[in-house]
Design a protein around this ligand. Structure first.
Ligand code: DWN
Ligand code: SAH
Ligand code: ZN
Length: 407
C-alpha cells in the first residue's frame, strides 16, 4: 500500500474490519444491498500522513441523498458565523473580494458572507444539501472540487482571496488534484484555510470513531507542512479548535508570501516531542481503542442483563465505526434519536438501529443514553437536563468508557 500523498511506504496501525458507508442510512427492509469496505489506517514513513488504506468511491458517499446538515448544531452555527466574520474583517477587505468554500454543505458558513454581499462560491457535490444552501441565497456549484473545476472557476470568476474548507479536505484522497486546483485558483497573496479533526486529539482522546469512510486523512502540522511543500505552499498558521472533539485550522499561503506564526513552530515541536506520527505511538493508540471497545461492550451487556433501557443519542457518521466495530445492535441499544429529517425512520448503517426523532427520547426517558454525538456533549446535555433530573445517565466512550449523571 502506497501513501496517497507521496507514494511512501505505509505502516498499518489500526484495523476496524468490515464497515459500511457511514452516512448510508437504509430503509427498513432495504438493507440487503448494503456496501461494506475494509476500514484500516496507516501512517506514511516518509511524509507522516495518517490515512485510510482502502478508499470508498466518492459517488457512494456524496450524492443527492447525503443526509448530514452542518446547521444541526447551534455551537457549529456560531462557530461558522464567527469564522465568516473573521474572514470578512481580515482577508476579504479588498475592493471586490472573492471567497470559495469547498464542501459548503447547507451553506451555514457562506450564508453570513452572502448576507454581506461579498462575492463567493460554494462547491458541493451532495445535491440535496447544496439545494438547501442555494435556497438561503448562497451561490453553489454542484460538483466535486478538483483541478479541472478549479480552472473553470478561475476562468469565470477570477482569482480567489480565500479558499476555505471545513471538515472537507480530510475527506478527499486525490490531494494532488485539489492542491494544484487551489494553486490555480488562489490570488498571489491569497490563503487556503482548512480545519479538520486533529490527529493529536484523536490519539490523546482515543477518539477512534473519527476514523470512517469519509475521513480519509488524519492531519497534523507535521504532515500538512510536508503536503503543502509539495505544491509550493507554506504552512503559515495553525489554530487549535475545540469543535468536533478537537480540530486544527491550518492556513497555507504561497511560499514566502507570509511570515509563519510562532504557533506553527510550537505545534511542530509538540508533535515531535510526543512522537505523534511514529508507528509505535499509533499502535499504542490502537491498543487503547481495543480496550475501550471491550469496556463499552461489557457495560452494555451488563445493562441488558439488568433490564436497563438504553437509547443512542445522535446518529452520527462517526458512530458507524463504534457500532459496527463493537457489534452493537438493537439488542443492546433500542434506537437512536437524531434531529436530522433524512435520517429519521431509517436504520443506522451496518448495525441497523432504528433512527427516531428527538421527541422519542423523552417518551419515556431511557435509563442510559449512549452519547454517539459526544463531540456535541455540552450542547446536548444542556438541552436534555430533564433526562438527568429524571435519573438518567449518559454513557461516553471518549477518552475512556464512563457514565455521567445521577449516581
Ligand atoms: O466530517 C463530517 C462532520 C462535519 O459531519 C462529515 N464527514 C459527516 C458528519 O459527521 P458526524 O455525523 O459524525 O457529525 P456530527 O456533527 O457529530 O453529527 C451530529 C449528529 O447528531 C447529527 O446527525 C445531528 C445530531 N444532533 C442531534 O440529534 N441533536 C446533533 C445535535 C447537536 C443535537 O442537539
Ligand atoms: N463544511 C461542512 C460540511 C462537512 S461534511 C461542515 O463542516 O459542517 C463534508 C462535505 O464535503 C460534504 O457536504 C460533502 O458533500 C463534501 N465533499 C466531499 N468531497 C468533496 C469535494 N471533492 N469537493 C467539495 N466538497 C466535497
Ligand atoms: Zn507519504
Amino acid at each position: 500500500m502506497e501513501c496517497r500523498i507521496c507514494s511512501g511506504r505505509l505502516h498499518q496501525f489500526a484495523d476496524f474490519g468490515r464497515q459500511p458507508v457511514s452516512d448510508a442510512f437504509g430503509t427498513p427492509g432495504g438493507t440487503a444491498s448494503e456496501f461494506f469496505f475494509h476500514l484500516a489506517v496507516g501512517v506514511c514513513e516518509d511524509c507522516s500522513m495518517a490515512q485510510l488504506l482502502h478508499e470508498v468511491d466518492r459517488e457512494r458517499m456524496f450524492h443527492d441523498d447525503y443526509p448530514y446538515l452542518s446547521s444541526g448544531s447551534a455551537v457549529m452555527r456560531a462557530h461558522f458565523d464567527a469564522l465568516a466574520k473573521r474572514l470578512l474583517a481580515t482577508e476579504l477587505t479588498g475592493p471586490d473580494p472573492f471567497v470559495v468554500e469547498l464542501g459548503c454543505n447547507d451553506g451555514t458558513m457562506l450564508a453570513t458572507i452572502a448576507d454581506e454581499g461579498v462575492r463567493h462560491l460554494g462547491v458541493e457535490p451532495s445535491g440535496g444539501v447544496a439545494d438547501v444552501a442555494a435556497a438561503r441565497g448562497v451561490r453553489v456549484r454542484k460538483d466535486f472540487f478538483e483541478a479541472g473545476v478549479a480552472a473553470e472557476i478561475r476562468a469565470a470568476d477570477g482569482p480567489a482571496d480565500v479558499v476555505y474548507a471545513a471538515n472537507t479536505l480530510c475527506h478527499i484522497p486525490y490531494m494532488d488534484s485539489i492542491l494544484s486546483g487551489v494553486d490555480a485558483l488562489l490570488s498571489p497573496g491569497g490563503v487556503f484555510v482548512f480545519e479538520d479533526p486533529y490527529l493529536g486529539d484523536i490519539v490523546e482522546r482515543a477518539s477512534f470513531d473519527q476514523i470512517y469512510d469519509e475521513h480519509f486523512y488524519f492531519f497534523c502540522a507535521t504532515s500538512v507542512r510536508a503536503m503543502a511543500d509539495r505544491h509550493g505552499f507554506e504552512l503559515v498558521d495553525v489554530e487549535r479548535l475545540p469543535v468536533h472533539g478537537g480540530e486544527v485550522r491550518y492556513t497555507l499561503a504561497r511560499r514566502g508570501a507570509r511570515m509563519p506564526s510562532t504557533a506553527v513552530a510550537g505545534l511542530l515541536a509538540a508533535e515531535r516531542a510526543a512522537r505523534l506520527t511514529e508507528p509505535a505511538t499509533l499502535r499504542a493508540f490502537a491498543a487503547r481503542v481495543a480496550a475501550n471497545r471491550d469496556d463499552l461492550v461489557a457495560l452494555l451487556r451488563r445493562l441488558r442483563e439488568q433490564g436497563a433501557r438504553v437509547y443512542g443519542y445522535g446518529a452520527t457518521a462517526k458512530s458507524a465505526t463504534v457500532l459496527n466495530y463493537c457489534g452493537i445492535g438493537p439488542d443492546l441499544v433500542s434506537f437512536v434519536c437524531d434531529t436530522t429529517p433524512a435520517k429519521q425512520g431509517r436504520l443506522t448503517p451496518g448495525s441497523h438501529l432504528p433512527v427516531r426523532g428527538p421527541e422519542a427520547f423523552a417518551d419515556p426517558y431511557p435509563d442510559y443514553a449512549l452519547l454517539l454525538a459526544w463531540n456535541h456533549a455540552e450542547e446536548i446535555m444542556a438541552k436534555e437536563t430533564a433526562f438527568r433530573e429524571a435519573g438518567g445517565r449518559w454513557i461516553l466512550y471518549v477518552p475512556t468508557v464512563h457514565t455521567v449523571g445521577a449516581s
